[in-house]
Design a protein around this ligand. Structure first.
Ligand code: PGA
Length: 247
């Protein structure tokens, strides 16, 4: 049985005052029947973790370096995230792949660094609009899965997030058939490669809102969501959590 997961990615949003949203979220969901994860900016991780202490809400990072320490000005290691109270980290988000030219090999290194620090890696994959239009979506997914997911991945240390790049922050969502096709494909690849691939959670991400969450969560092999914009406010994220709890 795969436990469902509602994950929020705050991206480069949030100051100390925004931590009240984490307080509100824990108050609104005192005993959630699904796993919850919020990935605030790195500057807020220790404070967010202190607020979430004693509640099942997990706090995560949005990126980590592939090395444990060293001369990498401005970077944060997985061990540092864990030391700050994180229990998970997003790797390979499309914004990092684009803004920082991250390669699949680097993302695999970051994910391995996450495992070594006892963090869950939420590894993101997904096609651009040009790739979808040229009917290469499944090839892109195969390449990213093969290159970004370490051989040491397990159902415990890894979550895959399928995020079509063209659906992120745009209000555009693939059809339910398109989501189903890609999730089934990812499941097949995970099952073929990993002994416990059937148990690895696969999230959908890209313009998930309270209004479309229920239909997306009804798609087979959708084990939850990675949510950007609608995770910033507890009032917006709560209906998504509720939809997942009743899926
Ligand atoms: P969005 O972002 O929900 O704002 O589309 C999703 C993501 O980038 O993880």
């Amino acid at each position: 049985m795969r436990r469902k997961l509602a994950a929020g990615n705050w991206k480069m949003n949030g100051l100390g005052a925004g931590l009240s949203e984490i307080t509100a979220l824990t108050a609104a969901h005192p005993d959630p029947s699904v796993d919850l994860l919020i990935c605030p900016p790195a500057t807020l991780i220790d404070r967010a973790a202190a607020i979430a202490a004693g509640h099942p809400l997990m706090i995560g990072g949005q990126d980590c370096h592939g090395n444990t320490n060293g001369a990498h000005t401005g970077d944060t290691s997985a061990q540092m995230l864990a030391d700050s109270g994180a229990t998970a980290v997003i790797t390979g988000h499309s914004e990092r792949r684009t803004d920082h030219n991250e390669t699949d090999a680097q993302i695999a290194d970051k994910s391995q660094a996450a495992y070594d620090a006892n963090l869950i890696a939420v590894i993101c994959i997904g096609e651009t609009l040009a790739e979808r239009d040229s009917h290469t979506t499944l090839d892109v997914i195969d390449t990213q899965l093969a290159g970004s997911v370490p051989d040491t991945a397990t159902a415990q240390n890894t979550v895959i997030a399928y995020e079509p790049v063209w659906a992120i922050g745009t209000g555009k969502v693939p059809t339910l058939d398109q989501i189903a096709e890609v999730h089934a494909h990812i499941r097949q690849r995970l099952t073929a490669r990993f002994p416990d691939g059937a148990d690895v959670r696969i999230l959908y991400g890209g313009s998930v809102k309270g209004s479309n969450a229920t239909e997306i969560f009804a798609v087979p092999d959708v084990d939850g969501a990675l949510v950007g914009g609608a995770s910033l406010k507890a009032d917006d994220f709560s209906p998504i959590i509720a939809a997942l709890e009743s899926a």
